[in-house]
Design a protein. Sequence first.
Length: 343
Amino acid sequence: MSLLNRPRAATIFLGVGAALVASALLVRYRTRETERTNPPTGKFLEVDGVRLHYIERGDGEPLVLLHGNGTMIDDMTLSGLVDLAARRYRVIVFDRPGFGHSERPSEVMWTPEAQARVLRNALRQLGVESPIVLGHSWGSLVAMALALDYPLFVRSLVLLSGYYFPTPRLDVPVLSLPAIPVVGHLLRYSVSPWLGRLLWPAVRRKLFGPAPAPKRFDAFPVWMTLRPSQLRAAASETALMIPAAMALRHRYRELKMPVVIRTGQEDRLIDRKQSVRLHESVPHSDLSVLPGMGHMIHHLAPDDVMAAIGSAATAAYQAAGEDRKHWAAASDGNDPMLMAKVV
């Protein structure tokens, strides 16, 4: 570089540095303002050193809802699913680790199995046993891990728009960048939040398309998802998506509880073939491909999702009935210890 160009290069370097500092200050301000205007709506509990935020609605059989990557409790509440389900079930919705108002300690690799362990312990603290567990998108991997690692704990599974088998995805390297040490940190605190806000309309169309997003989704707190901490969690889960599916795929046949699978025929984010293949791997599962629906089927077809939950509950009752018959036959009606298990 010539001597004449050095001052110019230094000026550009300083200008870029000043712009990044200014952007970081604005991101910090926007993050604080967003958290102030979107305070926690539920309660907190500490599990294994992790502070989790959750809401609880209704009474009856427990139903746990697990949101997808990059979102939070608000995704479930704005869909109307929580209000519908609370008429019949005891509904519990967590901000998964790193999302919403829940912590995500950086020293833990938050695989589906790690999240399942913390959530299972959280549910035990809440006195929950044998819940129906519903997972949407990345949350379906967590729901699956919960059922596979604790098969006597999960009563039945409802899996929506899930990713279950490893496939090449061009979006993974790009969307994983904010999780990279140093470079990712710089991006999260400067460029990524503004880029994410700029791309939000396109992201929204991809999530809901071909249908438009319901009007009530306008209330979704977009800037909560663009905070540096949540960007890191979302990028980490994007990076883990393919390895997580690879680790779980050989275990799906271990599932013995009722499994209800729903996916949108026009899903632009995750190919519906993922759900079809899972159904083939779990022969006793119940699969429906919803015509004209995109990825966010709990928003677009909440009544169909409620019907899926009802099917999971009914199948679980039927399975429990078969278990009672088995114990009664084994005891021949004479062993009080065995008959106690029937009640």
